[in-house]
Write a protein that binds this ligand. Structure first.
Ligand code: AMP
Ligand code: MG
Length: 290
């Protein structure tokens, strides 16, 4: 699978600024990738039927990225390959007062799908070690001294461990968490921001605060590399994929989702003999009508 090239499973550290943001040689072959994406989307739909019927595993797809990397359009596109029945999308925004009065995994846990279902997380609990860390937001939280007096570094190292433990807990309980980071370049982000400002239909996507975050681009990149290195494991790796060309990002995401579904589909549940006999009886009754 092409996406394997972008996999981090914890064995090697992730240094974001050294990783590709563009499609590289694939740019010579765009039509090939477009048709492969279409085939993957079709396969995802087929696999999802089996996954839903099998109902033994749940899938959580986490999309993380800096602004304008294409999270929203990836969600829209990936959803296009799936049956809306059996999929939910959650966008994790700034936490509400109610959310902040709970542990940081609370709101994510409430958004888990049942087994047989898929949840797409547009941002996730990873914000609680990214934006929170970059802006030191934990200092504004109402938490007991024993949790905060350990200092900034230890506070986030604990959260990395809590996330690893949580993801292992999910894995051991029949969930797969597919973690995808859309890696956009600073230049492409600028281009997309300008497009949002210039195109009236895209104005709503831009806010002046996006520029404040952009000014912290390099700091985010450093923290993101650390977070990925600390939370990538063999059962629950990260995929850091180039995001400067949306068609390539979509191709890789469609490959990853199809692969996760393939691995989560065990078989269509076979009915016991008695239930099969009942079905045959129903069939006879239907055929005997009129
Ligand atoms: P958007 O995805 O562009 O609609 O923006 C959502 C905003 O919510 C982003 O700026 C995120 O960084 C922010 N956000 C999401 N989760 C958290 C969190 N746990 N703490 C603080 N800010 C968050
Ligand atoms: Mg935004």
């Amino acid at each position: 699978m092409t996406a394997d090239r972008f996999c981090f499973d914890g064995r090697t550290p992730c240094e974001l600024s050294a990783l590709p943001t563009n499609a590289g040689d694939a740019r010579e072959d765009k039509p090939k990738y477009l048709s492969r994406t279409a085939a993957n989307l079709e396969e995802m739909g087929r696999l999802q039927d089996g996954f839903y019927a099998d109902g033994r595993e749940g899938l959580v797809v986490i999309l993380q990225a800096l602004d304008a990397a294409g999270k929203d359009s990836t969600v829209k596109h990936v959803m296009g390959g799936l049956n809306p029945q059996g999929v939910t999308v959650h966008s994790f925004k700034q936490p509400s007062a109610e959310e902040l009065s709970h542990d940081f995994l609370w709101r994510a846990n409430r958004a888990l799908p049942p087994r047989g279902g898929i949840a797409i997380f547009n941002r996730s609990y990873y914000e609680d070690v990214l934006v929170v860390q970059v802006h030191d937001l934990q200092k504004t939280y109402r938490m007991p001294p024993r949790t905060t007096e350990v200092g900034q570094r230890e506070f986030f190292h604990r959260r990395y461990r809590q996330i690893r433990d949580y993801e292992r807990y999910l894995y051991e309980n029949g969930y797969r968490v597919l973690k995808i980071f859309l890696n956009v370049s600073k230049e492409k982000q600028k281009e997309r921001f300008l497009e949002r400002i210039e195109t009236p239909a895209k104005n709503w996507k831009f806010s002046a605060s996006d520029l404040k975050e952009r000014a912290l681009f390099d700091e985010y990149a450093k923290v993101i590399g650390e977070v990925i290195s600390a939370t990538a494991t063999p059962e629950c790796p990260w995929y850091v994929i180039p995001a400067d060309q949306k068609w390539y990002t979509r191709y890789l995401v469609s490959e990853l989702v199809a692969d996760a579904l393939r691995r989560s589909c065990h078989e269509y549940p076979a009915l016991p003999d008695e239930a099969r006999a009942r079905l045959q009886d129903c069939r006879r009754r239907l055929e005997e009508e009129d």
